[in-house]
Design a protein around this ligand. Structure first.
Ligand SMILES: Cc1ncc(COP(=O)(O)O)c(C=O)c1O
Length: 490
């Protein structure tokens, strides 16, 4: 039976709570043709009905508070309630971004603190919190690189080298920036080799984008040599820092020779994402790139020409002639920054270091437990995630990575990332994060073993999975290409 929508529940005259009359836009300011003749046909339902409706929909959804969510490359760690409570404080949550600087000193201080801490964690000199996602951080950094090259009259550089393991946003950001992508094939160990790089490096290369650790979960061991080669060729080094959860307190992109890096606050610094909230992809750069960062930047009052307060006061610096400009409305997704600030404060330096150790330990625990059961094309000790392949199973039994993933849903576990990175056929990419207990990891391993046994003995059980979810297999291609986004009367 189809689940009722709010429109199906609607009965004339039913009401939820009574809200105060909203301020109305004076009708004379609205264009004639846009005025409604009739009120909109919104559903009329009681408060319990609407509460139950949304509770039911929420129960359909999988989320990180429900169970294990090992979605590789997404770092679905638990989002601490303390950070949520702090971000919900009205002083942060209701602060209007147009508030005069002298009345938002606390917010400026928080942003300044977060910039300082991220710079220390990353080994960089300056940070911008403006980009609203990892992909936006990549794009912003490439724009900064371009402005830097241009400022030297070096305008002929058009190519950016991107390894074949990179996340799809890397080449997309290059294209958005008007540059061309040169794909670099990884070596048999799954890493970038200096020899392969030598063949494609030239004086028309603007940058190399490297993800470290890469999306196979492997540390790029040649990174220092690669950075040296890039700089000798006049190119800049970009670090896709989406996998920073593997490095906290142990290694810093700045010490590896990178000139810029983005961080996904919504992954590493534990803020809700994946439909649960907006993201934030701050970038950090070396000193020579600082003048090109997006405007405005927080500075100490009096450092420039204007002053807005006494000693210690902070203000916005808009007077940045070399800046690439703004990349996001206002100052970035501020409440994500508040959560990240709260997370770093509550963890401390030692806690962050421990988080990385536990994340790497958890990934290797799973890698070792399942290495005899699935193919492991790149078997080295991994960092924060491990990538298996269901290729043998697909060839011999017709059971694919997607079938295993769907069957996991019947065990109440979110599937791993599938079919990525692209260089692994039938990939299953598992990132457990540090926030899961050993008992949860063991439960996952036991579920995987049972599923793989069933794959051999009764493959149709997997082909038809999931069996227990409210929605079975969705038509993913049609859902993406022809989404039905509006309720339609049947
Ligand atoms: C390695 C890597 N780089 C970049 C991104 C892009 O980040 P975002 O989704 O915040 O744009 C992701 C996202 O999953 C990623 O895993």
């Amino acid at each position: 039976m189809a689940e009722p929508t709010l429109f199906d529940l609607s009965q004339p005259g039913k009401r939820c709570i009574t809200m105060p009359q909203p301020a109305r836009a004076p009708e004379q300011y609205l264009p004639e043709g846009q005025l409604r003749a009739e009120p909109p046909a919104l559903p009329e339902v009681s408060e319990p009905e609407i509460a139950r409706h949304y509770a039911r929909l929420a129960a359909w959804n999988f989320n990180v508070d429900r169970n294990f969510y090992p979605l590789g490359s997404c770092t679905m760690k638990y989002n601490p309630r303390a950070s949520e409570a702090i971000a919900a404080e009205p002083g942060w949550a209701r602060l209007h971004p147009a508030t005069p600087e002298e009345c938002m000193q606390g917010a400026l201080r928080l942003m300044r603190d977060l910039e300082t801490w991220l710079a220390a964690i990353l080994g960089m000199d300056a940070v911008s919190l403006q980009p609203p996602a990892g992909a936006a951080g990549e794009f912003t950094s490439l724009r900064v690189f371009r402005a830097w090259h241009d400022s030297h009259g070096d305008t002929a550089r058009r190519r950016v080298i991107v390894p074949d393991t990179a996340h799809g946003t890397n080449p997309a950001s290059v294209a958005r920036c008007g540059w061309d992508v040169t794909v670099l094939t990884s070596d048999e160990e799954g890493r970038v080799s200096p020899d392969a790089l030598r063949d494609v490096l030239g004086d028309d290369v603007a940058a190399i984008m490297l993800t470290n650790p890469n999306t196979l979960g492997l540390f790029e061991t040649h990174v220092l040599e690669i950075a040296e080669m890039a700089h000798e060729a006049g190119a800049l080094m970009y670090c896709d820092g989406a996998n920073l959860n593997a490095l906290l307190g142990h290694a810093r992109p700045g010490d590896m020779g990178f000139d810029a890096v983005h961080v996904n606050l919504h992954k590493t610094f534990s803020t809700p994402h994946g439909g649960g909230g907006p993201g934030s992809g701050p970038i950090a750069v070396v000193a020579k790139l600082e003048p090109f960062l997006p405007a405005p930047r927080v500075r100490r009052a009096g450092e420039g020409t204007r002053t807005t307060g006494g000693e210690g006061a902070l203000e916005w610096d808009w007077d940045r002639p070399q800046s690439i400009g703004k990349v996001q409305a206002w100052f970035g997704n501020f409440l994500v920054a508040v959560r990240a600030w709260a997370y770093i404060r509550s963890m401390g330096a030692e806690g962050l270091r421990q988080a990385t150790e536990d994340a790497v330990l958890a990934a290797n625990y799973i890698r070792r437990a399942l290495e005899g059961e699935l193919d492991l094309p790149y078997p080295a000790t991994c960092m924060h995630e491990c990538v298996f392949s269901a290729k043998t199973l697909a060839d011999e039994r017709g059971v694919h990575a997607a079938d295993i993933a769907k069957r996991l849903l019947d065990y109440g576990i979110h599937p791993p990332t599938m079919y990525f990175p692209l260089i692994v056929e039938e990939a299953l990419m598992i990132e457990p994060t540090e926030t899961e207990s050993k008992a949860t990891l063991d439960q996952f391993i036991a579920a995987m073993r049972e599923i793989l046994r069933d794959a051999a003995e009764q493959p149709d059980l997997l082909h038809e999975a999931p069996h227990t979810t409210p929605v079975r297999r969705v038509d993913e291609v049609n859902a993406a290409r022809k989404p039905v986004l509006r309720w339609q009367k049947t």
